[in-house]
Design a protein around this ligand. Structure first.
Ligand SMILES: [Zn+2]
Length: 350
């Protein structure tokens, strides 16, 4: 063979040996950018209720004698059993269900106090009840008491209750399955791991408040997921996903990869959190360390005000790893790794 051809061939091989591993490393997470971009494109237009929202200044009579409380008049004769109060943290909405058939509550009953924590209010009838929906401008916990024909509500910043506030996100959900391999859907593995993680936090006696974007097969929008972290003023935001190869075909590629926000340049920021997650998950599961990846191209990563880590626990496109990821015992070790990561991050001062 000609020397020149040989030289060329060597050069080509050299370039290829360098390029191929780079491509492999870059490719496998591509589904995530694609899957999450698709969720933004196909997000339903949210309509919480047909009834129009009302601005707080049009409903709430400002009163500074109530010390930040909200006083809601209720129909005469309604006792505690006729009232149910609940909160949807994902939309920061507090629902007060009153056993009444009143059609236009806001014109018939007074709401007074401070409106500065309220974004908007709605009233509608549902199943024989009247529902007052109070959409808050941040995430607040609430307490209430019933006294002399009125409900007195207090809204509490979670940071006044907990030492640390964290938000955990199980990726995808409902008709958005994420990656699918051999009939196993990523959304289900993500949720199973998060539910195991929830069991660990529920049993934990430290003072950490944890909010979840979902604990069932629902699919909050990406905006709602990021907003939950932002409106809770979360100290940490962790999203749980699973990976697949760029083509979606089975390959030998396996391991844990953690995505972070490269625009977060805080010392205790996204990158360091991602490394803590990677170290703890690989230690707990024994999975391969597949490294960190810049991910500002992913909406929830770039939109999070809190330090964020998006953990790709393993590759569904690796036969052995897929079998593990579908196994509750392995999911438990992954959950333990994430739990350990949160405790380490808190110890580091996050
Ligand atoms: Zn995913």
């Amino acid at each position: 063979m000609d020397r020149k051809v040989l030289k060329m061939a060597t050069a080509v091989i050299l370039v290829l040996t360098f390029l191929i591993p780079c491509t492999i490393r870059r490719m496998p997470d591509m589904h995530e950018q694609y899957a999450l971009a698709e969720e933004i494109r196909s997000a339903p237009i949210l309509q919480t209720h047909a009834k129009a929202s009302v601005a707080p200044e049009n409903v709430v009579k400002e009163s500074n004698t109530l010390n930040g409380q909200l006083k809601i008049e209720i129909p005469q004769g309604t006792d505690g059993s006729g009232i149910k109060v609940s909160e949807d943290y994902v939309t920061q909405t507090i629902y007060i269900k009153v056993a009444t058939d009143v059609r236009d509550y806001f014109s018939e009953y007074d709401i007074s106090g401070s409106s500065d924590k309220i974004a908007s209010l709605q009233y509608y009838n549902e199943g024989g009840n009247g529902v007052i929906a109070i959409s808050m401008n941040r995430l607040y916990e609430f307490t209430y008491k019933l006294e002399k024909g009125a409900l007195y509500m207090d809204f509490i910043d979670p940071h006044d209750i907990y030492d640390k506030v964290i938000v955990i996100d199980a990726g995808h959900g409902s008709r958005m399955s994420g990656a699918t391999k051999n009939g196993i859907q990523e959304k289900d593995i993500n949720l199973d791991i998060v539910l195991q993680l929830k069991a660990l936090f529920d049993a934990y006696d430290g003072n950490i408040g944890v909010y979840y974007t979902r604990t069932d097969d629902s699919n909050p929008t990406l905006q709602q997921r990021a907003e939950l972290a932002n409106k809770a003023g979360a100290d940490l935001f962790i999203s749980v996903h699973n990976n697949s190869s760029g083509t979606g075909n089975f390959t030998s590629v396996n391991g844990t990869q953690v995505l972070y926000s490269e625009s977060d340049d805080r010392e205790l920021g996204s990158k360091k959190l991602a490394q803590i997650c990677l170290d703890n998950v690989t230690a707990a599961t024994g999975s391969n360390d597949f490294g960190l990846l810049k991910a500002d191209d992913i909406y929830i990563v770039r939109s999070s005000e809190a330090p964020v880590a998006l953990i790709e626990v393993g590759f569904m496109t690796n036969r052995d790893e897929l079998a593990k990821l579908a196994d509750p015992e392995y999911q438990k070790t992954a959950a333990q790794g994430i739990f350990n990561a949160v405790l380490e991050a808190v110890k580091e001062g996050y």
